[in-house]
Design a protein around this ligand. Structure first.
Ligand code: B4P
Length: 188
């Protein structure tokens, strides 16, 4: 089974590249951002808790996102593998993911980390804000999301480096060029 963690700062292309990877390799997409936005749209208790946090660009508590991921894994029959998009975002989440996969006889194959310069992240997200009106794509919230990434999420990279599962790709350039860099990593 191919289980990939797709990693990078906000706006690095995780959601964008996930769609292409799923299409090409038939993996199941697990995006904590999408799952949380669905909870908000359905006005569930969890969604109401998450809404204010996401609006500020902060991280939703670990136990909430870990529980969502565990439910999704158990609810998927005979997967070819999973692509984890936007998860794990803390070292605690990374350890929990290893633990819950191990209990099921599974493991992460590798992490693909996309490297993108800060101004490009801001430009992409501001454009998405204009095009799609996502409420966390405003300059102030984007800057906080990048700060949260640097403080809380960046150490996740070292966690995967420590297990020999880190693979870095250049996340600058066209969507197709970045996708071919990712397929090179997967196919090797
Ligand atoms: P996410 O939904 O994961 O959003 P994101 O990281 O901001 O976006 P992503 O990286 O997927 O966007 P993409 O580059 O594809 O998280 C939102 C919030 O949910 C978080 O802030 C947090 O509050 C909460 N949350 C989620 N997971 C959590 C967790 N595990 N723990 C705690 N809290 C969690 O796309 C950005 C734009 O760039 C798009 O418009 C795209 O078209 C464009 N783009 C992509 N690639 C491009 C390229 N090569 N060139 C030009 N434009 C490109």
């Amino acid at each position: 089974m191919l289980n990939i963690v797709l990693f990078g700062p906000p706006g690095s292309g995780k959601g964008t590249q996930s769609e292409k990877i799923i299409e090409c390799y038939g993996l199941v997409h697990l995006s904590t951002g999408d799952l949380l936005r669905a909870e908000i749209a359905n006005r569930t208790e969890l969604g109401l808790r998450a809404q204010d946090i996401m609006q500020k660009g902060e991280l939703v508590p670990d136990e909430i996102v870990i529980g969502m991921i565990e439910n999704r894994i158990d609810g998927t029959a005979d997967p070819n593998g999973f692509i984890f998009d936007g998860f794990p975002r803390t070292v605690e989440q990374a350890k929990a993911l290893d633990g819950l996969l191990d209990k099921r006889g599974l493991e992460i194959s590798f992490m693909v980390s996309m490297d993108v310069v800060r101004q490009e992240l801001i430009d992409r997200l501001l454009k998405r804000g204009q095009d799609q009106g996502r409420s966390d794509d405003t300059l102030e919230v984007i800057e906080n999301r990048i700060k949260v990434y640097e403080n809380q999420t960046f150490p996740v990279m070292d966690y995967y480096k420590g297990t020999g599962k880190y693979r870095g790709v250049d996340g600058m350039g066209s969507i197709d060029d970045i996708f071919s860099r990712i397929t090179e990593v997967i196919d090797n």
